[in-house]
Design a protein around this ligand. Structure first.
Ligand code: ZN
Ligand code: ZN
Length: 333
């Protein structure tokens, strides 16, 4: 009997689906690419043709220019050779998808990046039972247990109210995290204008255009220092400690990331208010997902493979690591 999934070939630069002659999230330009979501470690420019959700394609257009695009909405399927290809929500960022591949009675799900917590800016993860579940393990260690998101946002708002003459500057990745932090602030009743670094503008506008309301946003550029007192300001993590932030009124430096669970990381980046808000599943989310998906095999693309492989062994699920390159730390989350 042929080995399970022998029609899927992992290479360092991506996952090759032989009978469809297509690659999933290739890090090198390929003729035919299936892309799970818009983060730079999964979506690259320069492919011949791209299959992705309409939202991911719109994000790629903003980042890389116009693509030769084949939109596939959630729940739709396309046929590529003998393979049926479907896109199902992954709950990671707007437009993020798990790619469901059906071929001769075997089903492989490439989950890309995902999380299970509610996120007001994207559709929730859908469990798709399959033979092989290809998963990340970015935060795949038992030490990663994310607190409730609302509680983290409340800590931010508490600081904002109690720091006279200061603002709160939140470092957040420009795609996904920034918009999620803004939307979560709105859910917790913060309806004041939120200010942003210029690098956030295009993607925030795109989210609004694609139907994710973010409330009143204003650029920091051209705003008087006094007006920024008592405000939340969102910037890319790289701007937290650079010259740009010196124009702000004595900022409380915050950062929203799953990595903020690791105190050294927060200290390294001079973060005064670490907010554990992640777009990757924590240990419980990863293991719960594998239990629910109930695959015969788990293939792990990147992250902390050893711990998850050990867990799979204890739970009598066959697992294997794929060693994809270019996703080592998945900083962009
Ligand atoms: Zn991602
Ligand atoms: Zn990733």
């Amino acid at each position: 009997m042929a080995r399970l999934g022998n029609w899927i070939e992992p290479f360092p630069e991506g996952i090759y689906v032989k009978p469809a002659d297509a690659w999933v999230d290739p890090s090198q330009p390929k003729e035919r690419a299936l892309v799970t979501h818009g983060h730079a470690d999964h979506a690259r420019g320069g492919h011949g043709a791209v299959w992705a959700t309409p939202e991911t394609l719109a994000i790629m257009d903003v980042r890389y220019g116009q693509q030769c695009a084949n939109p596939v909405a959630y729940g739709e399927t396309v046929r590529m050779g003998e393979v049926e290809v479907g896109f199902v929500p992954a709950g990671h960022v707007l437009g993020s998808a798990q790619i469901v591949l059906d071929y001769r009675g075997e089903r492989v799900v490439v989950s890309g990046d995902y999380k299970r917590r509610p996120d007001p800016t994207c559709a929730p993860f859908v469990v798709v039972p399959c033979d092989i579940f290809i998963t990340e393990a970015t935060l795949g260690l038992p030490v990663f247990r994310h607190p409730d998101t609302g509680t983290e946002i409340d800590r931010l708002l508490h600081r904002l109210r109690h720091e006279e003459g200061r603002c709160v500057l939140v470092g957040a990745y420009a795609l996904g995290k920034a918009q999620r932090v803004i939307a979560e602030l709105r859910l917790r009743g913060h309806h004041e204008p939120i200010y942003y670094h210029g690098a956030m503008e295009r993607l925030c506008n795109l989210y609004e255009t694609l139907g994710v309301p973010l409330g009143e946003l204003r650029p920091v550029a051209g705003t008087k220092k006094e007006e920024l007192v008592g405000r939340v300001i969102i910037c890319p993590p790289s701007a937290l400690n650079d010259r740009w932030s010196r124009r702000l009124p004595d900022p409380v430096t915050a950062m929203a990331s799953g990595w903020m669970r690791v105190r050294q990381r927060a200290r390294q980046k001079n973060v005064e208010l670490p907010l554990v808000i992640s777009d990757h599943g924590d240990w419980d989310e990863l293991t719960r997902t594998i239990k629910e998906v109930a695959p015969r095999e788990v293939w792990i693309t990147h992250g902390r493979e050893e711990a998850l492989m050990h867990w799979c062994m204890l739970n009598q699920i066959k697992s294997r690591e794929l060693h994809l390159v270019g996703r080592e730390d998945d900083e962009e989350e």
